[in-house]
Write a protein that binds this ligand. Structure first.
Ligand code: NAD
Length: 252
């Protein structure tokens, strides 16, 4: 189809797969990534398969970069139908050692970036009669391993931001949903310099009720569904794509 899709963090990992999946369906894909090498590599790959694609260097936590991303998209393709807020980072350290700058960095990329991209894209969707925004959250919004405070808090924030945006933007026919992936193995979707085969064990797979660790395609297919006409009654929702891990009760 002729949809114009922005994928943030579209250079590597889940975003790389989402960008390729939408391009295969005929969408015009804008890859927004801070990593030029990864972004340009994915842009070239999509074009080599006959897809229509544009890479725009973007740090989603910087307002001038987000403005530039939206300007370049409108200049090139004339409209924006879909925004996939996928760019995200984790953090190191613990609450005892982590400098506050690290907290700010994670919140700024994951949460502020998601809000800011939505803020600058929404007017164009409104003027074009509607659109779809998908925010990539995480099952870490609901459960934790130790030492993930900035990441978990940012993802919990994204879930709340999603229903808030869904209500505000409903008047302009913009649907807003989030996807919360669980364990998704992305090592085969890194830029070629970093790509390596995953070292997954049987135990890794079998602990999942679905019988396997997740793949970027699982998230990309959920994005396709949420953007489709079949999902026109779904807004403000969070779709968990985790092979059943968050509903599995564990007693050891
Ligand atoms: P990844 O590190 O493989 O890829 C992330 C991409 O985002 C990279 O290309 C990176 O350059 C880009 N990026 C980082 N900071 C950026 C910034 N400031 N501006 C623009 N681009 C930036 O990560 P991934 O595993 O593919 O994760 C993608 C999304 O899915 C993230 O939001 C992550 O939190 C979420 N997620 C991943 C998993 C998983 O198991 N892989 C699970 C749950 C949620």
């Amino acid at each position: 189809n002729d949809k114009v899709v922005i994928v943030t963090g579209g250079g590597q990992g889940i975003g790389r797969c989402i960008a390729q999946t939408f391009a295969e369906k005929g969408a015009k894909v804008v890859i927004a990534d801070i990593d030029d090498e990864a972004g340009i590599e994915n842009e070239k790959y999509i074009k080599s398969k006959g897809g229509d694609c544009l890479f725009v260097h973007t740090d989603v936590s910087l307002e001038e970069d987000v403005r530039n991303l939206v300007d370049k998209t409108i200049k090139t393709y004339g409209k924006i139908d879909i925004l996939i807020n996928n760019a995200g980072i984790g953090s190191g350290g613990t609450i005892y050692t982590r400098p506050m700058e690290e907290w700010d960095r994670v919140i700024n990329v994951n949460l502020r970036g998601t809000y800011m991209c939505s803020k600058y894209v929404a007017p164009h969707m409104r003027d074009n009669g509607g659109g779809v925004i998908i925010n990539i959250a995480s099952t870490r919004a609901f459960m934790s391993e130790p030492h993930t405070e900035p990441y978990s808090a940012s993802k919990g924030g994204i879930i709340a931001l999603t229903h808030s945006l869904a209500i505000s933007l409903s008047y302009d026919k913009i649907r807003v949903n989030s996807i919360s992936p669980g364990w998704i193995e992305v090592s085969e979707w890194k830029k070629s310099r970093e790509a390596k085969k995953p070292q997954l064990t049987e135990e890794d797979h079998l602990q999942h009720p679905a019988g396997r660790v997740g793949k970027p395609e699982d998230v990309a297919n959920a994005c396709l569904f949420l953007c489709s006409e079949e999902a026109s009654f779904i807004t403000g929702a969070n779709l968990i794509v985790d092979g059943g891990m968050t509903v599995k009760m564990i007693y050891v």
